[in-house]
Design a protein around this ligand. Sequence first.
Ligand code: GDP
Length: 460
Amino acid sequence: MQEINRDAQTIAAVATAVAPGQGGIAVIRLSGPQAQAAVQSVTRIPGQQSWESHHVLYGHVLAAESGERIDEVLVLLMLAPRSFTGEDVVEIHCHGGVIAVQRVLARVLDQPGVRRALPGEFSQRAVLNGRLDLTRAEAISDLVAARSQRAAELAMAGVDGGIQKRITALRDRLLDQLSELEARVDFEEDLPALDGAALLEELQMVRCQLQQLVKDGQVGAALRQGLRVALVGRPNVGKSSLLNRLSRRERAIVTDLPGTTRDLLESEIVLAGVPITLLDTAGIRATSDAVEQLGIARSHDALASADLVLLLFDLSVGWTPDDEALRQRIPAAVPHLLVGNKVDLAVSDARAGTSGSAADIRLSASTGAGEAELVQAVLERCGALADGSLLLSLNQRQGDLAQQAADALARSAQVAADGLPWDFWTIDLRQAIHSLGEITGEELTESVLDRIFSRFCIGK
Ligand code: GDP
């Protein structure tokens, strides 16, 4: 990695989730040269306890002037380089909740040379100090953010170094080819002739593997972020009933992610390990009422933002012009499934199929018949069929870089086809190697690092 200058400041932040009345303990973490001195000056540690690395101390954090006890704490000292960041790290384990935690943090931040940590700054320091590679740091962030078991499993594969190993192996293969090429550029006459076809084949094999990783990353994104599925249909076709039925399944862990709107009726469920946000867009229909129109505009936005639309209709009534009108409103770019409900009301196929609109799925929200097929179809349509074969998943940043590398390798095939000399080949090959190096953090600039870690939470 390139040399990156960093300030020698000590950083501090609450490392655990903080909520009123919740959490038995909270951890405040400091990292940097002043970490130990800062904690020593705000705590009273009674008796003969010694400030030894990797030992736990017991004591109190005291208020600045009054000397009043703010909280009873445990202090864990981890001196450089045997710490998460590779710097001196001190953790103060205090009681959970909000007030005491904030007071302890404020005391620490008052100490000379200590400032509040930026988002992801602990992980960033760990990466800069070579304690953690970039893909692992990103995977830890994904693990913390995981909303379903499958997403957590995928993140763990990254934490274990799976992405790092795969990308490094592919990059090494490209480096081997590059050194062959460069040798030819410099000493063409002294070396045995280069087998251009074999070299090209090797590059294209690496390209195929990268392409597969990019594809897996897209499926993984669905597992990580979940899918948005909108439920539409005329009144009384059974939308609420279906919503209720699906909601009885495993619930997703709902977090208040910034940017998620909750003014539509949304419920979060998990289908086969994939978090699904069901949007109830009951408001979609023509109206002149201003307020209602506002709701409808929102519903349309929701439709456009959905990964899949389920258009519910009533099999006992058949496909009506209103159903057709609704179908026309689904944006062409969004896939939809026609779901015939109330199959239990024994209807003839002929009626259900009127207007040439046979249901993709037939079910009964009342009895649950056909529910499994619906779940299967939803996952299939969204390209997120959780068959367990997905072992690694690149995040967006990594996927974009892998795609860039694959594109560069595709260009090398073109250069070969055009019969250009060796040194032309090396341009694309170098580009591919550089992109893969950015994935693992071997070739990174400070601004890129700042951008990556700014997306992390504070305290990570
Ligand atoms: P919504 O207006 O689309 O939300 O429809 P509801 O979920 O409120 O359902 C309207 C009526 O149809 C209710 O009386 C439900 O009990 C009934 N219903 C919903 N699904 C089924 C079904 O699969 N079979 C039968 N027989 N009745 C259903």
